[in-house]
Design a protein around this ligand. Structure first.
Ligand code: HEC
Ligand code: HEC
Length: 305
């Protein structure tokens, strides 16, 4: 007798708890969900969940690791056209992509019935006017379509792909990501400052201890210099520096001086008004010395034009 009472009591307790749980869930869902202005993106968020994008992705850089790529701050990183091509075929953007393609998103149309069902799931059906929400969603889809058509490729139909892209395009940067980005920017700035300083110091030394001069005198530099010259200079100066758009560098005539450091200066600062870039941020002083070693080795071989 006692045992049955106890069992009944526990069943009663369990049921009450279960019921409690269900009501809290209901309340929290309808109370916390607010339909954002960007209906298309809000709808897209649930497509993101449905397609299990989160099985490989996290929205927090802080939680990212090799098997869990972060989409933190994805919004605005690429154009919508990029996403439209990418989700259909990731290989077009990253060769041998691991990311699967999602062709069905381009076949599933957005329609009012789906929207109504979704609004019901969000317990919003009584709060909003379905027709006006649908009209808004259509407008947003059409604007996005137009943008993708302009920037990348014609869009066919009003499909789920658009909603997903609208969602991806508003994934914000977390505070952690912002901090990482600003540290990275600061690091780059410091690197640039250090690079400038290295160049200023290299050009300031006027005697034979100058690093550019030393590299230019080293026989082993010639091959390295040739590789760089062939990669960056022959388009304008010719295969053997005999001259093309830019002047012959193998004869005795120098517009800006023919001593090693004069040549180094021309390469470092370029001749912008004549179309030759500044190469200071491209090469180290030693590399410029190597290029000069190669140019010097061609002396007299280019023939005078
Ligand atoms: C099986 C794992 C997997 C799934 C599922 C997956 N992805 Fe990816 N995704 C990747 C990997 C891995 C990369 C990195 C590029 C690569 O190697 O393909 C990536 C890259 C991306 C990028 C580029 C990120 C950047 O910053 O360059 C976006 C955007 C993206 N995924 C969106 C999605 C969306 C949206 C879904 C769901 C519809 C999804 N992914 C599902 C694995 C996955
Ligand atoms: C886009 C074309 C272009 C490229 C690329 C280019 N140059 Fe020039 N370069 C020129 C032009 C044009 C001049 C001549 C400017 C003038 O007439 O005042 C010039 C001048 C020079 C001079 C000065 C010659 C003198 O008579 O004083 C040197 C040295 C030189 N270039 C080296 C290089 C090196 C080394 C590279 C590769 C790192 C390079 N250039 C890449 C177009 C180019």
């Amino acid at each position: 007798m006692k045992r049955t009472t106890l069992t009944l009591l526990s069943i009663f307790l369990m049921l009450t708890l279960f019921e409690n749980c269900r009501t809290t869930q209901k309340i929290s869902q309808s109370d916390t969900y607010e339909l954002s202005d960007n209906v298309l993106a809000a709808f897209g968020e649930d497509i993101f969940k449905r397609e299990s994008c989160s099985s490989c992705h996290t929205l927090s850089l802080e939680q990212a690791h090799s098997a869990f790529k972060s989409l933190d701050g994805l919004g605005g990183k690429y154009t919508s056209g990029w996403h439209y091509l990418y989700l259909a075929n990731p290989d077009t953007m990253f060769p041998s992509a691991i990311m699967p393609s999602f062709p069905h998103l381009y076949q599933n149309n957005l329609d009012k019935k789906k929207l109504t069902k979704w609004l019901k799931e969000k317990s919003l059906i009584k709060k909003v006017n379905t027709d006006s929400v649908w009209a808004k969603m259509v407008r947003q889809a059409d604007v996005l379509s137009e943008e993708i058509t302009q920037s990348a490729t014609p869009v066919e139909g009003r499909t789920e792909a658009l909603a997903l892209i609208a969602y991806l395009q508003q994934i914000p940067s977390s505070d952690y990501k912002k901090k990482v980005d600003s540290l990275e920017m600061e690091r780059k700035k410091q690197e640039e400052i250090a690079w400038e300083k290295m160049w200023d110091q290299a050009l300031a030394v006027k005697d034979s201890t100058n690093v550019i001069f030393q590299a230019s005198q080293n026989k082993e530099s010639i091959q390295k210099g040739q590789n760089l010259f062939e990669q960056y200079c022959i388009a304008c100066h010719g295969n053997k520096a005999e001259g093309r758009i830019g002047p012959n560098l193998t004869d005795k005539d120098w517009l800006y001086g023919g001593k090693e450091l004069d040549i180094a200066r021309t390469i470092a600062f370029g001749v912008p008004h004549k179309g030759m870039l500044s190469y200071r941020s491209f090469f180290t002083p030693t590399e410029v010395g190597e290029i000069i070693a190669y140019i010097s080795s061609l002396k007299g071989k280019g023939g005078k034009k």
